[in-house]
Design a binder for this molecule. Structure first.
Ligand code: ATP
Length: 375
């Protein structure tokens, strides 16, 4: 398997569409890195440059120490799995999986062994004689993955492979691909716009926006210590709530003030606030850090908010409350059996020890990382 290094890479289409810029990323040997971001952020273009399906405008890409900018896709020792499976309709599953090896003139016995091994790993042994049209979406996707496995490539590249599957199958295939990563011990780069896929599958995630990397870190760091408001709002479902206000610094005692919520910030947050921060900020609160008044009694540092309940969504194990706070839409995840009634006015409590703070103009986080590092 192999390490992939992306160094100062830039991609410009047609002379003026900047799809990817200032891109630097090292995917370690056997790592599973997920590229995630909204539509058009450049994630597919970046993956396609690694695959050799797009030229690199500037910068360098190395696979296992070899500069591959001018190496054609077939000689890069990578295998790519696409969203649309790209199976040959007139060939059986067996032939689809064997095709790439036949082209490379592998001996018949070895091809047979590899196809049967891959079919065994993916649980599709009984489908080998079928044509793609006689398969379900999930089975087709398994064949597409199988076709990649038989090649024993140095690097697996996945471009939104689960997008065409229904929700249940997507969850199932998600676990299967994660297991496959464990089993094959392979280097994998996986593109998705689905932040749940990114959180659950990646050993590291790169969040992208407008062709730029926003943050590269393990899933929990991305979730708990986002570097800016974009990452904070993109990762997490329902999304983080934002309240605009002012940060006041009185000799190291910080308070947040807005029309709807004013409170002194706890020491655990104050200690992490970057030097000289004050002025226009955005307070970030995750839905699970909002409580009903009863359970909130045990919180170390909290602030009350008076909200109007607009929608109540019972999820079974918890309830999503869509509320309005002085005209701001917010979501709370509340763990109760009897939900508040729609259209009522209630008090909720925000846990300030988990609060996030962003500069209102730049969106950059005003909190140091959890190891105290500036970011
Ligand atoms: P999606 O999730 O919608 O596939 P993405 O993050 O993968 O989006 P890309 O497909 O990489 O985004 O596209 C990045 C930018 O480059 C977009 O603005 C897109 O319109 C542009 N782009 C992509 N391919 C081409 C092309 N062949 N010619 C011109 N512009 C392109």
């Amino acid at each position: 398997m192999a390490e992939v290094i992306i160094k100062d890479v830039r991609k410009v289409f047609d002379g003026n569409v900047v799809a990817v810029t200032d891109m630097n990323l090292t995917v370690e040997d056997r790592e599973f890195v997920v590229l995630v971001g909204p539509s058009g952020c450049g994630k597919s273009t970046l993956l396609r440059m690694v695959a050799g399906l797009e030229d690199v405008t500037e910068g360098e890409i190395f696979i296992d120490g070899r500069l591959v900018n001018d190496v054609p896709p077939k000689d890069r020792d990578i295998a790519m799995v696409f969203q649309n499976y790209a199976l040959y309709p007139h060939m059986s599953v067996y032939e689809n999986m064997a095709f790439g090896l036949r082209l490379r003139k592998y001996p018949k016995d070895e091809i047979d062994q590899r196809v049967r091994d891959a079919a065994d790993i993916l649980g599709i042994e009984k489908l080998l004689d079928r044509r793609p049209k006689a398969l379900s979406g999930g089975q087709r996707q398994r064949v597409a993955v199988g076709r990649a496995i038989v090649r024993k490539p140095r690097v697996f590249l996945f471009d939104e492979p689960l997008s065409n599957l229904d929700a249940k199958l997507r969850v199932q295939m998600r676990t299967e691909i994660s297991k496959l990563h464990e089993r094959l011990n392979a280097t994998m780069i996986y593109v998705t716009h689905d932040q749940v896929e990114a959180m659950t599958m990646g050993t590291r995630i790169m969040v992208m926006k407008d062709g730029l990397s926003q943050q590269v870190a393990d899933p929990l760091t991305i979730y708990h210590v986002p570097v800016n408001q974009f990452v904070a709002g993109f990762i997490g479902s329902p999304a983080m709530n934002f309240i605009e206000g002012t940060l006041k610094n009185e000799s190291g005692a910080f308070s947040f003030e807005s029309r709807e919520l004013s409170a002194r910030l706890p020491d655990s947050i104050a200690e992490r606030i970057l030097k000289d921060s004050s002025g226009d900020v955005v307070l970030g609160v995750r839905p699970e850090d909002i409580y009903e008044t009863g359970p909130a009694a045990r919180l170390e540092s909290s602030a009350s908010i008076s909200v109007h309940v607009e929608v109540v969504e019972p999820m079974g194990n918890e309830i999503f409350l869509y509320v309005s706070l002085g005209g701001n839409d917010m979501v709370a995840r509340i763990d109760v059996r009897t939900p508040p009634t729609v259209n009522s006015d209630i008090d909720l409590v925000v846990d300030l020890t988990s609060a996030h703070l962003f500069d209102r103009e730049t969106g950059v986080s005003l909190l140091l990382g959890d190891q105290g590092q500036a970011r």
